[in-house]
Design a binder for this molecule. Structure first.
Ligand code: PYR
Length: 512
């Protein structure tokens, strides 16, 4: 009998997808021992946006969260999501930072590290894979799923083979937008299972409404493990629910072996939280519905709502149709990158600029230039000479692995922050998110961390700012400069006002 494994995402992706990553450690700890007792393949409990959210919004030390969860989950492997060379931040870090981060994640209790890259460039995940293997962890190499004229079964199967060749212990297909349809999943999993010998896991989101059908076909095709979330934190932008899948597979050749009564106790624990989050506005019921637009426009749900909010800020929601038509064109110009953090923001913002400015690539943010220049890695298909010339002028794109151009940076970072650290891991928090970590260290020193008990839930969560890197003042300056140069025409002035409004928190915070 071939048991299908279940990775439970409630402690990471489920709340990242539904409540902007705001679940607190105290809300998790009382149920971890029971989760540990279920017999899951793994518990996804760290990584992705949780690291940033802990430090930035929750006044929590993410390392402390990991240790506390590990102390209660003694049997079930813990799993995390790592953004390849971007670790848990938004830019490429030097290899010495990547290696040290992986070392510390494993030393603090991590077992399985799922490593992806937004461009699917294997060179961007190799350092993390090798570090994970060296530290005795399970290295799960990830392929970001997308559709385009260049993304064929053959390409995905070849990518999987390359990752297996790098020493990965398993492969994950990460369908972050819920684009993978059931029969496509069947063919994809078959193709990958034929290409590699290591186990294959599938991760998807319910956004477009097809996810549980997709899992069933993937299971029939031989997938080894799938990601689900316990029902109160499932569906919508989160994962398919754990219990219906467990029930559907019971007494079949794919039985998960999990006990529905025990799962019911877990759901019971989380149900009141869900009610509380809906009441406080943290969980928007809109997140729970089916958004078939994801299937039509092939963009992640989060990206769609981001586009709408960018257009609202410029009083241009009526331009949504034009922007949605522009997104695939920009994506084609940029070599068909999958749309996932950070490529989804880069492509989306460029599409908005192209439409609002009334001329394509009149305004090109630093990140778009970075993609065309090769600073994020090799795109799935080559970027045309014409686009390269238009955006880079006479500058030459780079063809090496982007991190090869980054000098070791750990010692310099350690020196910079030596007076504020209270544990070795703080060096890494600072390396990843300098401003955010520093503010956290200061509050910790001053004893002003918000240690409010679990109640009451925060009012309406501020969505993580997706368009601009808060760590980077240059970016803010660029926005203001572009805004100022847009002043002149009626819509340009409005655009300028909105852009300046957008960066005003930094101005007020005295960072400019
Ligand atoms: C993250 O990078 O946080 C995702 O969940 C894709």
């Amino acid at each position: 009998m071939r048991k299908v494994g279940i990775t439970e995402t409630v402690l990471r992706d489920a709340h990242q997808s539904l409540i902007a990553t705001r679940m607190r450690t105290e809300e998790m700890l009382p149920i971890v021992e029971q989760l540990d007792d279920i017999g899951y393949h793994s518990l996804e409990a760290w990584g992705g946006a949780t690291f940033d959210a802990c430090l930035r919004f929750l006044d929590e030390d993410p390392w402390d969260r990991l240790r506390k969860i590990k102390a209660k989950a003694k049997k079930t492997p813990l799993q995390m999501l790592l953004r390849g060379q971007n670790l848990l931040g938004y830019k490429h870090y030097a290899d010495d930072v990547v290696e040290y981060f992986v070392q510390k994640a494993i030393a603090n209790g991590m077992d399985i590290i799922r490593i992806f890259d937004a461009m699917n460039d294997p060179r961007n995940i190799e350092t993390a894979i090798k570090a994970c293997i060296k530290e005795g962890g399970h290295a799960q190499a990830c392929i970001s799923y997308t559709t385009s004229p260049v993304h064929s079964l053959d390409l995905f199967a070849k990518d999987a083979k390359i990752l297996e060749g790098m020493g990965a212990h398993s492969i994950c297909i990460k369908d972050m937008a819920g684009l993978l349809k059931p029969y496509d999943a069947y063919n994809l999993i078959k193709a990958i299972k034929e290409s590699v010998k290591i186990p294959v896991q599938l991760h998807t989101h319910y956004t477009s409404g097809v996810a549980s059908m997709t899992y069933l076909k993937a299971i029939e095709a031989g997938v080894d493990v799938v990601d689900t979330a316990i029902s109160p934190l499932a569906l919508g932008t989160s994962q398919p629910a754990t219990e219906p899948l467990v029930a559907s597979l019971q007494d079949t050749e794919y039985d998960t072996g999990l006990d529905l009564m025990k799962l019911s106790d877990i759901a019971e624990y989380f149900r009141p939280f869900r009610e509380k989050w809906i009441e406080s506005g943290l969980l928007d019921p809109k997140m729970l519905g089916v958004d078939a637009n994801a299937l039509i426009y092939q963009v992640p749900g989060g990206m769609l709502s981001n586009l709408v909010s960018q257009l609202k800020q410029s009083n241009a929601v009526d331009k949504l149709d034009d922007v949605l038509k522009e997104v695939p064109r920009v994506r084609e110009d940029f070599g068909f990158p999958p749309l996932v953090t950070p490529s989804s923001q880069i492509v989306g913002t460029q599409a908005v600029f192209n439409v609002l400015m009334g001329e394509r690539y009149k305004m090109v943010p630093k990140e778009s230039r970075g993609v065309v220049k090769g600073e994020y890695g090799k795109s799935p298909s080559p970027i045309s000479e014409e686009i390269s010339k238009k955006i880079l002028g006479d500058e030459k794109p780079i063809t090496c692995r982007p991190a090869d151009l980054i000098e070791p940076e750990l010692e310099k970072i350690r020196e910079e922050i030596k007076d504020m650290i209270e544990q070795e891991e703080d060096v890494l928090s600072y390396a990843l998110l300098p401003q955010v970590a520093k503010a956290f260290f200061k509050k910790r020193k001053d004893g002003t961390l918000n240690q409010a008990p679990v109640e009451p839930a925060p009012k309406k969560a501020e969505p993580a700012r997706e368009q601009f890197d808060e760590e980077d003042d240059d970016e803010v300056v660029a926005v203001i400069s572009a805004a100022v140069s847009a002043i002149g025409s009626q819509s340009g002035t409005q655009f300028a006002i909105n852009s300046i409004r957008q960066v005003s928190p930094w101005v007020l915070a005295g960072r400019l």
